[in-house]
Design a protein around this ligand. Structure first.
Ligand code: AMP
Length: 182
């Protein structure tokens, strides 16, 4: 399959919901991709393809769709899985970081013993927009001494600059398809 065919396949398996959750936003609904066995498998394989065969200790998935994709990726590369969650959901000792949203701040957390110093980690989520969430995840992982090999997403919204923001932090970014606008 050529990369254009792959992009077309993935693009057509994702549903666009205009004006959700608020006017002006086109919500990229990946539940249709997840329900399509072929598209789901292709997305999981392709997201980490450049690192396949390398030693990966952990895959960190960002709540909530990053859990579904990250769990599948972790299984695929024989790595452990680390959940990065919204504030207040994790039961053990945590590290947390605030990140900016379009309006105001939010916080993500992870267990402080979820990674060890020197662990080689890949971060996974469904979509990168402004990059605030993934940037927070990278900073938490680095704070705990992990080495972030890459951040991988199915969808990039390049107009919002998130992938560029991560590359400025010296993190390789892999995205499979992109959509213009918000
Ligand atoms: P950001 O921190 O701005 O990069 O936002 C990324 C997070 O918000 C990801 O977890 C996405 O699932 C979600 N997100 C942002 N924009 C959209 C969108 N247009 N459609 C679906 N999810 C989105």
């Amino acid at each position: 399959m050529t990369s254009t065919q792959l992009e077309n396949d993935l693009q057509s398996s994702i549903r666009a919901i205009p004006d959700y959750p608020k006017p002006g936003i086109v919500f990229r609904d990946i539940t249709t991709l997840l329900g399509n066995a072929r598209a789901f498998r292709r997305a999981v394989d392709e997201m980490v393809q450049p690192w396949a065969g390398m030693k990966i200790d952990k895959v960190a998935g960002i709540e909530a769709r990053g859990f579904i994709l990250g769990g599948a990726v972790a299984h695929q590369v024989s790595a452990g899985f680390v959940p990065i969650r919204k504030k207040g959901k994790l039961p053990h000792k945590r590290v947390s970081i605030a990140y900016s949203l379009e309006y105001g701040l939010d916080e993500i957390e992870m267990h402080e013993d979820a990674v060890e110093k020197g662990d080689r980690v890949i971060v996974v989520d469904d979509l990168i927009a402004t990059g605030g969430t993934a940037e927070g995840a990278v900073k938490l992982l680095r704070q705990l001494g992990a080495q972030v090999l890459a951040c991988c997403f199915i969808i990039d919204l390049p107009d919002l600059g998130g992938a560029a923001k991560l590359r400025h932090l010296d993190v390789p970014v892999r995205t499979l398809i992109s959509f213009a606008g918000h």
